[in-house]
Design a protein around this ligand. Structure first.
Ligand code: SF4
Ligand code: SF4
Length: 57
């Protein structure tokens, strides 16, 4: 499954956006949004999120 953002936990910091090698994450307002078609499930965003707001299921 592609990375999923917990909108209640996302701080809108943008760290994951810069970390994603596939450019799959963007900020929609102040919430990160994953383009599931571009996500390779590498886990990089999960590792860098300071608030544990992204997960791979
Ligand atoms: S790194 Fe975490 S808190 Fe920051 S924008 Fe991404 S999902 Fe939100
Ligand atoms: S799992 Fe990897 S490819 Fe998918 S959104 Fe996170 S950093 Fe990008």
């Amino acid at each position: 499954m592609p990375a999923k953002v917990d909108v209640d936990q996302c701080l809108g910091c943008g760290v994951c956006v810069d970390e994603c090698p596939g450019g799959a994450i963007s900020l929609n307002g102040d919430i990160a949004s994953v383009d599931e078609a571009l996500c390779t499930e590498c886990g990089a965003c999960v590792d860098v999120c300071p608030n544990i707001a992204i997960s791979l299921k």
